[in-house]
Design a protein around this ligand. Structure first.
Ligand code: PNS
Length: 162
């Protein structure tokens, strides 16, 4: 059973994340999408809220588990018997940070491979920070996030249904 971990802040989960997750499910028997606690100092959504949104957003994938963890990613991988970490790579700008993390994780545990997956081009400019900002300023995010996340953002920012 080949298990992969897809870690992140997921504040909130976007269609870009779901694109990467779907690609990962074609490579691994099980993918655990997991929130790193304390990865963001002041998240918009609490850990509980993010978990709930993720569970709803990924419920169609039978091989996917939703979780959260504290501490080092490589230690979490070991407890889950995972062989790989999945990360999305959108543009060159992502590369330096991702390479640093991948190499550091490999130094910490050489048995765990980092696998980079490229999302559909339409998601190359998408990230959670931009989505939060658009929603906060009253813009329409329905093309960027699953419906359950859009509803949660609207509620957070007190927006009436359009
Ligand atoms: O979505 P993000 O914020 O880019 O995800 C970053 C994340 C959560 C993958 C990274 O911060 C992480 O792995 N945190 C866990 C702590 C850890 O292992 N740090 C060392 C990584 S080199």
């Amino acid at each position: 059973m080949k298990i992969a971990i897809y870690p992140g802040s997921f504040d909130p989960i976007t269609n870009g994340h779901l694109d990467i997750l779907e690609r990962a499910t074609s490579l691994f028997d099980k993918v655990i999408i997991t929130i790193a606690r304390n990865s963001t100092k002041h998240p918009l959504f609490t850990e509980e809220e993010r978990l709930k949104l993720m569970r709803e957003a990924v419920k169609q994938y039978k091989q996917v588990e939703v979780d959260s963890f504290e501490g080092l990613l490589v230690d979490y991988c070991r407890t889950k018997k995972a062989i790989a970490v999945v990360r999305g790579l959108r543009a060159i700008s992502d590369f330096e940070y991702e390479l640093q993390m991948a190499l550091m994780n490999r130094k910490l545990n050489p048995h765990i491979q980092t696998v980079f997956l490229m999302p559909n081009e339409r998601y190359t400019y998408l990230n959670s920070t931009i989505v939060r900002e658009i929603a906060r300023l009253g813009g329409d995010v329905r093309d960027f996030v699953p419906p359950v996340v859009k509803a949660a953002l609207d509620k957070k920012f007190n927006k009436k249904k359009r």
